[in-house]
Design a protein around this ligand. Sequence first.
Ligand code: HAM
Length: 404
Amino acid sequence: MINALRGMKDLTFEESERFMHIVATATTVAKKYGYEYIETPILEETKLFKRSVGESSDIVGKEMYQFMDKGDNDVCMRPEGTAGVVRSFVQAKLDRRQNEKFKFFYYGPMFRYERPQKGRLREFHQFGCESFGEASVYEDFTIITMIGDIFKELGIGYDLQINSLGCPECMPPYKENLIGFLTECKDELCEDCNRRIGTNPIRVLDCKNEKCQTLLTNSPKLMTNLCESCDRDFKKLTQLLDNAQTSYEVDTHLVRGLDYYSKTAFEFVSNEIGAQSAIAGGGRYDKLVEFLDGKPTPAVGFALGMERIMDLVQMPELEREGYYLGAMDEEAIDTLFPLASAKRATQKVSVEYAPKKLKAHLKNADKVNARYCAVIGEDEHKNGTIWVKDLVKKEEATISQSDF
Ligand code: HAM
C-alpha cells in the first residue's frame, strides 16, 4: 500500500470543512483591509530562498525540499510565502510604482523538511498577507489588528508577543556587542548556540535550551540600543496597541526564524496546542525588495499556520441542507434528473442512481445531511407525483412533480 509521505496529510470531511472555513474567514477579513489575492508558484529557484530567508537560517540550512530539475536548474519547493510574493512584486515591476501601495493575500502549501511532531508538518499550509509601500508603523499596527480580527471571527484565543529587530543602523553594532557577550560565555552555551555565534548570533537569543536561556538573561538587549527611528516606531506601536486595549508582551528574545526582518517582529501564540505554539508570525521587512533587486520598498506582512489553527477552531454544527432524491424502481430514475437539475438552481441536491427501498433512501438522506428526502415510488411514478419528507419538521407530503 502506498501511503502519504511522513509529515504530510490528507484533509477530508470535517477537517477539510474546517480548512475551508479558515480560508474563507481570513479571506473575508483580508479583503476588508484592502488585500487582493495573489497566486505564486510552489516551485522557485533555490537562490530566491537563500537570498531572502537567509543562508544561515535553519529553514535554508537544513529544511529545504531542494533538487535539480530535468533541465539542471537548482529549484526548491517554497518553505514560506513571502519570498515568492516579493519576487513576483519585483518581476512585475511594481517596485517602480513608488507612490502606490500594494496589498496581497495568499494561501497554500509550504514545505519544510523538519522532524514531524504535533503541530509540525513537512507539508503545511499558510494564509498570509504582504503589504508593500507603507513605511508607517500604523501599518504594522493595522496588520496586527487584522490578525486579531481573523482570530476573533474564528473564536480563537491567543497571546501576542512583539519585539523590534532594529534596522541596518542599530542592528550591526548591537550584533557586535552580542557576539562579544556570547564569546565570553561560549563554553557554557550549547553546541547549536556556539555554531550560531559565527553564523547568526541573533538566533542564539531564542535557543530553547534552559541553561542557555539562564545565561542569556544578562545579554545586551537590542530594545535598549535601538536607533532613534526604530525606538520611536516601537514606542508608537506599543502606544497604538495600548490605546486599542490589545494586550501584548514585549519579548526581547523574539527573533523569528527568517533573516529578512527589520523593526517590528511579532508572533501570536496559543497555550492550547502544545509545544509548537506559534499560530501566526510576521513583521516588517523593509530591505527585502531591495535585496531581491527591486527598488527600496518598505513592506510588512504575516502568515498564519492553518493546521495549528485547525486544532483550535470549533466548527458550528452543520444544519441539514438541501435535497436528497431517490427512486424505488429502475423506471423512475430518469424522472429524477430533470427534477434534480431544476432544484439545483437554488439548492444543494444529491441524487441516488440505484433503485432502493424507502428505508435505505431515508438512511442515505441522513448520511448526506439533507433537509428533505424526496422519493419516487411505483405509485408516484404512475401518478406524476413525488413523496417529500422534511427531516427537520418530520412532516411528509406527496406533491405533483410539476410543483416540486
Ligand atoms: P513563520 O513563522 O516561519 O513565518 O511561519 C508562519 C506560521 O506557519 C507559524 O507561526 C506556524 O503557525 C506555521 N508553521 C511554520 N512551520 C510549520 C510546520 N512545520 N508545520 C506546521 N505549521 C508551521 C513565515 O513563514 C513568514 N513568511 C511570515 C511572514 C509573512 N512574514 C512577513 N510576511
